[in-house]
Design a protein around this ligand. Structure first.
Ligand code: MN
Length: 336
């Protein structure tokens, strides 16, 4: 067992007011299935309490030896609701996050939320999140009404994130093309979440986003949403496809290989993966200075996740980076 300072970085929160307001809004038709399921999950009494009760959260953190939580609004946040209501909901949510952090600055940091539905407003909100609100980055819950951040209408968001030094946590949600996943419960964390978030990350890489925004930092949960497993094949097949099909103009020419962008522009977190073999793949793909501990509270068990971290086969430097030092660097947190 270790006595490392532990910071967990994918820790979801909600307030009754946020949930009530969200419940009253129109939903994009393609998001109806996800919203119906998430409302069932959030109305489960233990989940609801874990999301909304700050004292209970602090008690849980104390009981497992967790120093800090980097909070984020419960997924899928404000993205299923058309603008302008989603823009207002994001602003209100960020004000609440800032209040919670101000009340417990030694225990909480937070990632703000934005509504990519209105990219100009979202870019402005990133300035408020990283400026007056004093938060530490933004969480975007993958696609917005079937659209992805590599599409040109979202460029103001990427520009603002890069300019303000806001890391973007690309969090999973139900896939945008839902039909093939809409059986046996596969839309969610069993398979759909990582398929969706992994696709989004690969779109950013293959679409040349990191040539346009070389200083952008993207965070992925689940130790990289499968990408560390595929990384050498992605390089190999990207090179082949660029050579054979890229000549026809269907693929942007990239300055680096996919794995070079993954190492340079991505941070991965351990949320929901308590598996040494997968951790070893992530260490090989991005290195311990690009890995952060995360629990995914309230959807994963805090004690189980901390126990995995404490027992993982790691050097002292690796353990220090993963448990707190990478989070301190990426989110600009004061060392403990
Ligand atoms: Mn999560």
């Amino acid at each position: 067992m270790s006595t490392q300072r532990i910071i967990a970085v994918e820790e979801h929160i909600a307030t009754d007011q946020f949930l009530r307001t969200a419940d009253s809004l129109e939903v994009f038709p393609g998001d109806r299935t996800e919203i119906d399921l998430m409302r069932t999950v959030v109305s489960n009494a233990p989940v609801h309490a874990a999301l909304t009760d700050i004292d209970q959260r602090l008690a849980t953190m104390d009981s497992v030896g967790q120093a800090m939580a980097v909070l984020s609004i419960n997924p899928p946040g404000v993205q299923p609701y058309p603008a302008p209501k989603s823009v207002a909901l994001a602003r209100a949510g960020n004000d609440t996050l800032a209040q919670i952090v101000a009340q417990h600055p030694d225990r909480f940091a937070a990632l703000g939320t934005i509504a990519p539905q209105d990219a100009r407003a979202a870019a402005e909100e990133i300035g408020r999140i990283m400026g007056p609100l004093g938060l530490h980055g933004v969480m975007i819950n993958s696609h917005t009404d079937g659209h992805y951040l590599d599409e040109p209408q979202f460029d103001p968001i990427l520009e603002a994130a890069e300019a303000h030094g806001a890391p973007i946590y690309l969090h999973p949600r139900f896939p945008s093309a839902l039909a093939p996943y809409d059986v046996y419960g596969l839309q969610g964390a069993i398979w759909g979440y990582q398929a969706e978030a992994g696709l989004h990350a690969i779109r950013l890489i293959a679409g040349g986003v990191f040539d346009r925004h070389p200083d952008l930092t993207i965070l992925l949960g689940h130790l990289g949403e499968g990408i560390p497993y595929w990384l050498k094949r992605i390089d190999n097949r990207h090179e082949f496809a660029s050579r054979v099909a890229g000549a026809a103009g269907v693929m942007p020419r990239l300055e680096l290989t996919p794995s070079e962008y993954f190492r340079r522009n991505f941070i991965v977190t351990t949320s929901g993966i308590d598996d040494q073999a997968v951790l070893d793949l992530a260490l090989d793909a991005v290195g311990d200075d690009n890995i952060m501990f995360a629990i995914d509270m309230p959807y994963e068990d805090s004690a189980h996740a901390v126990d995995f971290l404490n027992r993982a086969s790691l050097t002292d430097t690796q353990r220090s980076n993963i448990s707190h030092a990478t989070a301190e660097r990426i989110f600009n947190l004061a060392p403990g």
